[in-house]
Design a protein around this ligand. Structure first.
Ligand code: INI
Length: 157
């Protein structure tokens, strides 16, 4: 058996981060956690491109544009979709998750999923640097790990 250790060293890698502006404060805090983690693991801040989009529904399109450039080892998606009283939440989440999955499938570039889906804003803030940690940092580590794994396996998309 050959066990491949996970590799979380980000030095020399370029990352794109797409953040939904809807629920702006949550997005800012997730972004802080994400960038802090990428840099803590060795990424150069100049190698991190941050793109804001109106909301979660727009995230897959921006992620696709960025992934298609071939300039980034991984794309990180951040934002928060908060459940309201209408089916809108489900449509936004469906578009978001289907879209992100399609970007990964079509481009081969890892796309880390850091969009919170919560019942209220308080739950989102708890997961954006509050009592439940910072999902932005968690998915930054996932992006590094998948970028390194793809490189180690000689992934070509
Ligand atoms: N976008 C979000 O990122 N979070 C939400 O909670 C949200 N809600 O609740 O409506 C939301 N809607 C906007 C959507 O993502 C698009 O930006 C909009 O529909 C324009 O296409």
């Amino acid at each position: 058996m050959k066990l491949r250790p996970s590799e979380l060293e980000a030095g020399g890698l370029r990352f794109a981060v797409v953040v939904g502006r809807f629920n702006h404060l949550v997005g800012v805090r997730l972004l802080e956690g994400c960038v802090r983690e990428l840099v803590r693991r060795g990424a150069d801040e100049g190698d991190i491109e941050v793109v804001w989009v109106p909301g979660a529904f727009e995230i897959p399109q921006a992620a696709r544009w960025l992934a298609a450039t071939g300039a980034y080892a991984a794309v990180v998606t951040l934002g928060a979709v908060v459940r309201g009283g209408t089916p809108h939440f489900d449509y936004v989440c469906d578009g978001l998750t289907d879209g992100v999955r399609e970007v990964m499938r079509d481009t081969g570039v890892p796309v880390a999923f850091g969009v919170l889906t919560t019942d209220d804003v308080e739950q989102a803030l708890e997961r954006a640097g509050g009592t439940e940690g910072n999902k932005g940092a968690d998915v930054a580590a996932a992006a590094i790990e998948m970028a390194r794994l793809g490189a180690a396996l000689g992934a070509a998309g």
